[in-house]
Design a protein around this ligand. Structure first.
Ligand SMILES: [Zn+2]
Length: 411
């Protein structure tokens, strides 16, 4: 008999999780290391123990629930994501990936399946970065990309310290973060974008994550009287900014392979209706799957800034403050997901993730792949975030079968 996940049970778990930190509009507010985070962790740990899992957590509070395999000399095949949310977050972002892991364990137990590898379900601490910045702290330290001490001592806006809050909710473990080898890592997540829904695909086989670069740009002109300064004598920082915004937007269309460019912040000074703006602070966000393309986009951005500034006689200072290189997930793990989607007859497409995920960091230390399912209207980080029971079931099934392929289980 083929092994099937119980998608109703998984759906009920998502509903149950949705009661811990529920907001009035049907979303969740479950900030990392808050009382709500404690409650969902306690609930999750109890559910895992009830399935016979051994639960441990490391010094960053990353939580590992382990179902033993036939061979204890093999590292675990891990499944995970995060149970924390944005302050006005949805019920699926992150939660789906963790609870699908729990459902997978339950399914294996129901069918008496013994895997070769141990199976581990992971809840990574503070993926969202909403309360303590930056994001993806648990998986970042695990992968050696972030400094443990810096994270443990970082503070939220109320001045509370990460390490103390972790202690307070009772999830500061003794295990050294990162000293925990994994055979492989699979993360199921909602797409958080509109592509799968628009193409009526149930499954996204995620082959990697696009690279991102963030810039601050400051333009300096000269403040002057709006009624007395002739147009040709102005050094108007806002006009230069406007031309840069349009040029940056058009830049995306000139680069092959799905370039994305965004100017998300624009602040003009002194921000007074009868003063020619002297200064503009703005941000630029460039994304692409290829590092060479990002290099070309950056070069072009510099040219746009230089040319526009000289035309308007303003000065421009461009600083790159973040560079997250593109990630290619592991060929074998991706192939397992693809094969699983094909076997289960779910319409799928290969795609890149536009957003960051714990899988980005974990892929540095373990063979990794991700599975996406559609979310309604592509909307996420929003209380109205939604997905259908059918897609949730399809995603969990593809996850299960991919894990069994990785384990070389004869199903
Ligand atoms: Zn997430």
């Amino acid at each position: 008999m083929p092994i099937e996940v119980n998608s109703t049970r998984l759906w009920d778990d998502i509903a149950e999780s949705g009661r811990i930190g529920a907001t009035e509009k049907g979303g969740l507010c479950r900030l990392a290391l808050s009382d709500e985070d404690r409650r969902v962790r306690e609930w999750f740990v109890e559910a895992c123990r009830a399935e016979g899992c051994e639960v441990c957590f490391d010094e960053l509070g990353n939580l590992f629930a382990r179902r033993p395999g036939r061979r204890s000399d093999l590292h675990p095949i891990a499944i995970g994501s995060h149970l924390d949310t944005q302050p006005t977050g949805g019920r699926f972002d992150g939660i789906l990936g963790v609870l699908a892991g729990l459902e997978l364990v339950r399914t294996l137990n129901d069918h008496g399946v013994e895997t070769e590898h141990p199976i581990e379900v992971i809840d990574w601490t503070n993926e969202e970065g909403a309360r303590f910045a930056p994001a993806m702290q648990g998986s970042g330290v695990f992968a050696g990309a972030l400094e443990k001490e810096a994270i443990l001592s970082c503070r939220d806006r109320a001045g509370r310290v990460f390490g103390e809050e972790l202690e307070r909710i009772g999830f500061r473990g003794a295990d050294v973060c990162g000293d925990h080898p994994l055979d492989s890592y699979f993360e199921l997540h909602i797409e958080q974008g509109p592509v799968l829904e628009e193409e009526k695909k149930a499954i996204g086989v995620v082959v990697g994550v696009q690279g991102m670069r963030w810039y601050d740009l400051t333009l300096e002109g000269c403040a002057s009287h709006a009624g007395t300064t002739p147009m040709k004598l102005r050094r108007d920082a806002s006009v230069a900014a406007a031309e840069i915004i349009v040029a940056v937007n058009r830049l995306a269309g000139k680069v092959d392979g799905g370039a994305l460019t965004t100017t998300g912040v624009i602040d003009a000074y002194p921000n007074s209706r009868n003063v020619v703006p002297s200064r503009v602070f703005m941000t630029v966000d460039l994304r692409h799957a290829e590092i060479e393309a990002l290099d070309r986009m950056e070069q072009r951005l510099k040219e746009i800034v230089a040319t526009t500034c000289s035309q308007h006689q303003v000065s421009g200072t461009l600083d790159r403050l973040w560079d997250s290189p593109p990630v290619r997930f592991d060929d074998e793990c991706v192939a397992a997901v693809r094969e699983s989607a094909r076997k289960e007859n779910h319409p799928f497409r290969e795609m890149l993730s536009g957003a960051g995920h714990d899988a980005v960091y974990v892929s540095r230390v373990a063979p990794t792949a991700m599975i996406f399912i559609p979310c309604e209207g592509g909307i996420s980080h929003n209380e109205i975030e939604s997905a259908t029971p059918e897609h949730v079931g399809a995603g969990a099934t593809v996850l299960l079968k991919a894990v069994l392929i990785r384990d070389r289980h004869p199903d």
